[in-house]
Design a protein around this ligand. Structure first.
Ligand code: FES
Length: 148
């Protein structure tokens, strides 16, 4: 990137400004969605806020949440631990604030340091996290999972 080109310096400067300006909006969105990396994890909460916190807000379709698995939607991880039973928790890992990622075989996993949480109640199955993922009240209406 730090090239040795000596022509077009002014154009390069304008180009950089343009890139920075263009990346501003997208970069902010990426920062909110990519909670992992911030030690305080405040980005994860921002993601939850941007997804809406009002009762009735649709957060996912039941068809998108596999039985025994789940999906991270904004700042929430939505799971289906048993057929037809849906749960939602904060996707912000209670260890250091990364966003949890995978939900497989009833376990929510954090990619940062390996913590694992029970997909049915958010409790810690494997550390280093010691606190459960906070639950979020949801309801199922007409095939959609909504905030309760
Ligand atoms: S932040 Fe999730 S295990 Fe460390």
């Amino acid at each position: 990137m730090a090239g040795t080109r000596d022509s077009g310096g002014a154009v390069g400067a304008v180009g950089r400004r343009t890139v920075i300006a263009a990346a501003g909006g997208a970069g902010l969105a990426a920062a909110v969605l990519t909670a992992c990396g911030g030690s305080d994890g405040s980005g994860a909460q921002g993601g939850a806020g941007s997804a809406g916190t009002d009762a009735g807000t649709v957060i996912a379709s039941t068809a998108d949440i596999p039985e025994g698995g789940g999906a991270v939607v904004g700042g929430l991880v939505v799971t289906q631990p048993r057929a037809g039973e849906f749960k939602a928790f904060s996707a912000k890992c209670t260890h250091a604030g990364c966003a949890v990622k995978d939900v497989v075989d009833g376990v929510i996993r954090c990619p940062c340091h390996g913590s694992a949480f029970d997909a049915s109640d958010g409790t810690v199955k494997t550390g280093p996290a010691t606190a459960p993922l906070p639950a979020t009240a949801i309801a199922v209406k007409d095939g959609s999972i909504v905030l309760a």
